[in-house]
Design a protein around this ligand. Structure first.
Ligand code: PGA
Length: 260
């Protein structure tokens, strides 16, 4: 697991955007795994700017979002579909038919989940996946105790996640209790994973994910088993890591061929 610590969220987000941009320039049909929440916002803004100023071309790109709330339609202001449109898709030249999010209004959840898995496979799998991390160590909406070999399915959100996400709603009572989320095994099949975490509130979860034991109680710790992950942090999110010196040493001594 590579750990990169930046001075601030802006520098970290620009780095992550460069990772995505380079992949898309290298392969026009790149399949992106995308996340919602506050964490990837600056990265999406940077990628939108790269589209507008340098013509970064999303016309052949496919995207798959990690999750969606059950019971919210795509035009609901708190749905993840709406979030993605507002914060990313409306600012780039992505084709609507290449955008995928689980359907939160489905009448048949298992079928929708199965079809989501099949749709990912049909385009050849996810090339690069961005992840945030919950303060409870979740990735996607795979809450603590999620099966580490889970696939796309329904999950019940923890009280803590509902509290964390209540800021997007008028009140906590409006936060849906259920979601459809890619499973942990689904996420682990992405060829490259870029996990972003910013701010002090994420420091305990980041420390458990990177330096703690592998455990379903910290779903993000499964990333220790992934061969191609970079953890991109600001100083605050990195503040509880104990091997700082080594992470800096790796970053400073990287051979040129390993750099972006
Ligand atoms: P956040 O959420 O980006 O809003 O902090 C991350 C997550 O819950 O995975």
């Amino acid at each position: 697991m590579e750990v990169l610590i930046f001075n601030n969220e802006t520098a970290a987000s620009e780095y992550a955007a460069q990772e995505f941009s380079k992949r898309i320039q290298h392969k026009a049909t790149t399949v992106l795994g995308l996340a919602t929440g506050s964490t990837p916002l600056k990265m999406y803004r940077e990628l939108s700017l790269l589209h507008q100023s340098e013509g970064l071309d999303f016309s052949k790109v496919n995207t798959f979002n990690l999750d969606e709330y059950i019971g919210l339609s795509g035009d609901h202001p708190c749905s993840y579909k709406h979030f993605m449109n507002e914060n990313f898709f409306n600012h780039i030249n992505i084709s609507e038919s290449n955008v995928h999010l689980p359907d939160g209004m489905t009448k048949d959840v298992p079928k929708t989940c199965q079809e989501y898995e099949e749709a990912i496979k049909k385009v050849g799998g996810i090339d690069i996946q961005v992840l945030g991390i919950g303060s409870d160590g979740h990735i996607g909406f795979n809450e603590p105790t999620s099966s580490l070999s889970s696939r796309t399915r329904i999950k019940t959100l923890t009280k803590k996640t509902c509290e964390d996400n209540a800021r997007f709603f008028n009140s906590i009572d409006e936060v849906p209790r259920h979601c459809i989320t890619m499973g942990i095994a689904t996420i682990m099949e992405a060829r490259r994973i870029v996990l972003l975490a910013f701010g002090e509130a994420k420091a305990p979860a980041v420390s458990k994910m990177v330096e703690g034991p592998l455990s379903a109680m910290v779903p993000a710790s499964i990333l220790q088993m992934h061969p191609n992950v970079v953890v991109v942090l600001d100083r605050s999110a990195a503040s509880k890591l104990s091997h700082h010196d080594y992470y800096y040493r790796v970053a400073t001594n990287k051979p040129n061929w390993q750099r972006l």
